[in-house]
Design a protein around this ligand. Structure first.
Ligand code: NAD
Length: 545
């Protein structure tokens, strides 16, 4: 641990080896931006009873101590569900528009107070401020969308009944109850509150277990949502070791919303299945970007930088496999490598850096291992390829690898760091086959001057989202459309109708009028069957659905 300030790091006071320049700092330190009084106020929002154990977190930018947080036990998780369960019925009884108004007020507060949370996200994750801002944007978009559209998603829908005119059928949506919501550290604002918003507006309470490293951001979002009008008990936050309290969250939940690794997701899915409660799982990826022969290479190179190095590659939808048509590969790689080498690394709590730090020694080790093993086995480094301890304890340069072969771990395993491998293809079929040759299926990106061709290629890719001429923001930001993974990348979707209806139970209410659906008016069983058989033929002929 060092006592460096973020500013000292960002302004490169410690020397700066060639390549990736350091960005200017913001003049503020982590300690001044996230003072002990703020930490203590936020930490008081953790659901704990009795004498809790304490866990310490560290600011990745500098290695400074950041926060001491109480650790919830499985008994605290149970208490949290009890509190949430008590608060939920009154909330669910409010008209949807009253609940939606809370989201719209939250939208405005978030935009107004964004600097507070940008500091927190940077302090807890080490990412560049621009990438922290992506979270503010994503959450504001989700708040606006569900604030405006929830009423339409949730209102009773009239359907054709068993017997036309005589059966009146409606589909209603009921809240699940209390959602168990488990979220990771990499997008701590978006993946805590962003996913909770549709659950709340659908009438649920939420017990959230954020990653301990980024609990302050979730606690801050909770405070803001309460300020916007959410009853305080409706969102409980428990903090603690995933394998210890994560299963307790699943144990008490009426539905589980999980974002994290595929390995943990499988465990969560099994526990939820044993209880017969549903779960949505937003998991890992090994996403591909395809640069077709007719792509605008400057745009594609700039897009590749966003696709591969946003949040230092610690983004589930970021690109780790770059497939380029052989005819443009050299020209594209020259542009991409040059842009990558010029990215400014930095840890200042201000805009200006193009990439920040990794979050932890664990992420740094995984990244270093993937790159070092690949290089040892014959891969070539086109840019980056080394840690930058001169900038902060977990900085790693944005890295492009060429000549990666299937036996190298970096080829198929998710790195979750700023590392991309380059492959060349000759035909579209080859590119599509290579992109699909992974058990994951989260996101992909296709670059071409012909949008129609881009969409045709997209239709052949087995990923939950495909961005044409954008890295990931086009699909992720289109919040009325579903977002999530196929295959090992998950189950279920966030955003759009699926993103809110997953937090509801469908209830059909059918009212029968005048005659029963059974022999009546003196018809015996055979006559009833004969009348109904004629009726079935007529319904089909009339094209009744
Ligand atoms: P992780 O699975 O280790 O942890 C995620 C969350 O689960 C944390 O809160 C953790 O404490 C908790 N947890 C750990 N063990 C648990 C258990 N046994 N039961 C219940 N909960 C448990 O993942 P991570 O390493 O923190 O996050 C990175 C991973 O998340 C990457 O694989 C990334 O691709 C994925 N991710 C996916 C999406 C998406 O939307 N698809 C978004 C962000 C991150």
């Amino acid at each position: 641990m060092s006592d460096l300030t973020a500013d000292a790091v960002a302004t490169g006071h410690l020397g700066n080896p060639a390549g990736n320049p350091a960005a200017p700092g913001g003049g503020r330190t982590v300690a001044s931006a996230v003072p002990p009084a703020l930490v203590a106020r936020l930490a008081a929002g953790i659901t704990v009873t009795g004498e809790p154990g304490v866990v310490e977190t560290v600011a990745p930018l500098t290695g400074e101590r950041l926060a001491s947080l109480a650790q919830s036990t499985p008994a605290d998780v149970e208490a949290a569900f009890l509190l949430a369960r008590r608060a939920q019925p009154a909330w669910a009884a409010l008209p949807v528009r009253r609940r939606a108004a809370v989201l719209l007020r939250f939208h405005d507060l978030l935009i107004k107070r964004q600097d507070e949370v940008l500091d927190l996200v940077q302090a807890e994750t080490g990412k560049a401020r621009l990438h922290a801002f992506e979270e503010v944007m994503a959450v504001a978009m989700a708040a606006r969308h569900y604030g405006r559209a929830a009423h339409g998603y949730l209102r009773d829908k009239r359907h054709g009944g068993a017997l036309p005119v005589l059966t009146h059928a409606i589909e209603a949506r009921r809240p699940k109850g209390v959602i168990g919501h488990i979220s990771p550290w990499n997008y701590p604002l978006e993946l805590s509150v962003g996913d909770a918003l549709p659950a709340f507006v659908a009438g649920n309470a939420v017990v959230n277990k954020p990653d301990t490293q980024t609990a302050l951001t979730a606690l801050w979002a909770r405070e803001l949502l309460v300020e916007a009008g959410l009853p305080a008990d409706l969102w409980q936050i428990v903090v603690g070791d995933g394998p210890v309290i994560g299963p307790a969250v699943v144990e008490h939940a009426d539905y589980v919303s999980f974002t994290g690794s595929t390995r943990t997701g499988r465990d969560v899915a099994q526990r939820a299945a044993a209880r017969l409660v549903g779960a949505s799982l937003e998991l890992g990826g090994k996403n591909a970007m395809l640069v077709l022969a007719d792509a605008d290479l400057d745009r594609a190179a700039a897009g590749a930088v966003r696709a591969c190095f946003s949040s230092a590659g610690q983004l589930c939808i970021s690109v780790e496999r770059l497939m380029v048509h052989r005819s443009v590969a050299d020209a594209f790689l020259e542009k991409f490598a040059e842009r990558t080498r010029n990215l400014r690394l930095g840890g200042g709590l201000a805009y200006g850096a193009d990439m920040g730090s990794l979050v932890s020694a664990r992420q740094l080790d995984a990244t270093t291992r993937h790159v070092d093993e690949a290089v040892k086995a014959g891969a070539t480094v086109l840019a980056g390829g080394r840690a930058r301890p001169d900038l902060g304890p977990f900085f790693y340069e944005p890295t492009i690898l060429d000549g990666v072969t299937p036996e190298m771990a970096v080829c198929a395993e998710e790195t979750f760091g700023p590392v991309v491998s380059v492959y060349r293809f000759d035909t579209e079929d080859q590119a599509v086959a290579a992109a699909n040759a992974t058990p994951y299926g989260l996101n992909s990106s296709v670059w071409t001057r012909d949008p129609r061709r881009g969409r045709a290629v997209a239709a052949r890719l087995r990923t939950g989202t495909v961005n044409v001429n954008e890295a990931y923001g086009a699909a992720y930001g289109s919040v009325a459309s579903p977002m999530g993974g196929m295959g090992d990348s998950g189950l279920g979707r966030r955003h759009g109708a699926e993103g809110i209806l997953r937090f509801t139970e469908a209830q059909t209410i059918a009212t029968q009028r005048l005659i029963p659906i059974a022999p009546s008016f003196g018809l015996d069983d055979r006559q009833f069957a004969s009348v109904m058989t004629g009726g079935l033929r007529v319904l089909k002929a009339l094209r009744i659905k």
